[in-house]
Design a protein around this ligand. Sequence first.
Ligand SMILES: Nc1ncnc2c1ncn2[C@@H]1O[C@H](COP(=O)(O)OP(=O)(O)OP(=O)(O)O)[C@@H](O)[C@H]1O
Length: 370
Amino acid sequence: MSVSINIDNVVKKYGNDTIINGLSLKIQPGEFFTLLGPSGCGKTTLLRMIIGFNSIEGGEIKIDDKVVNNIPANKRNMGMVFQNYAIFPHMSVADNVAFGLRNRKVAGEAIKKEVDEILKTVKIDHLKDRMPARLSGGQQQRVALARAIVIHPEVLLMDEPLSNLDAKLRVEMRNAIKSIQNKIGITTVYVTHDQEEALAISDRIAVMNGGVIQQIGKPKEIYQRPANIFVSTFIGLSNILDASVKTKDCAVGSKKVVFQNEGYGVRMDNLSDSVQDGQKVKVSVRPEEFEINTNGEGIAATVESSVFLGLSTHYFMELSDGKKAEVIQYSGDAEILPNGTKVSLAVKPSRINVFEYEGERTLIEGVKRS
Ligand SMILES: Nc1ncnc2c1ncn2[C@@H]1O[C@H](COP(=O)(O)OP(=O)(O)OP(=O)(O)O)[C@@H](O)[C@H]1O
């Protein structure tokens, strides 16, 4: 049976520095949950609090209904995979994997059976007698994963397990980890600063910054409906444009978001009632969400440069207010526009997000995605 993890108002201090100040989140049984954020935001600190390597200065961490704050790490029944593998160089693959079972005084025959089974699960059974020095990075990481799960932990924790691998292997290994986790159904907390990896591997993601959770959601929700401008720009590319809201002379219940005082506006039927006529807002638009028109409505822009990437062409444009924008056009039959081409960039109301202009710059509620 998989367990839940309930983190309630936890505080972490190093000396006088408060790194995490009252953070709460619930991880469901069997969930693949990712902590994502820039370097230094507190991901590893939180992971180490869950496993018990770090003390907790306030709040509670519960596994199901059991508070684990004061239970030492070796009694928490959790497995951990580290960035640097942390496998023993002087032991064969099989001995590395058997280590935790021997420590737990499991009988010899049972150890052999367990090790064989786990090595098959992580697809390195053919390497069982190899020494780590003769394994590739990906194979070493499979050993580390096997070693973490062979003890049948209640929770699997992984701290940037793929960051020492090259790009191609990272993709291969993330798929392998996801499918192994799925197969054994273990509640998993995964730490990464790589947003694409987080989108690809997670059931849900918590985006962190400065020790604070900015948003928790499924990958698609986080990408399409970021809670604030930090999330919008940290996950994928976003153009953040200045705009204002027009409520006068609009159809009942609808409002317009007008860009750059130049008259191009889009009708938004679901914008919060609290917005005022003339209120300044920030609008985020993903590069792939612009529609490029060479004669038609839109935000006036000029092509400055372009890069053809096969699947798509990536344009760098200057808008009429001097701001820059990145625009992606999927190749298809589209011609590549020469530098200097004047275009209009149209946006679809359902594909943009409207944020407060100042302060926390959070999403203005009430905008629905159709
Ligand atoms: N043992 C420690 N003593 C003092 N400060 C620490 C200690 N460990 C971490 N910190 C500080 O706590 C903050 C959070 O660090 P943490 O390692 O959790 O970040 P992270 O998000 O995992 O970053 P990275 O992706 O770089 O590993 C940082 O400001 C870091 O300098």
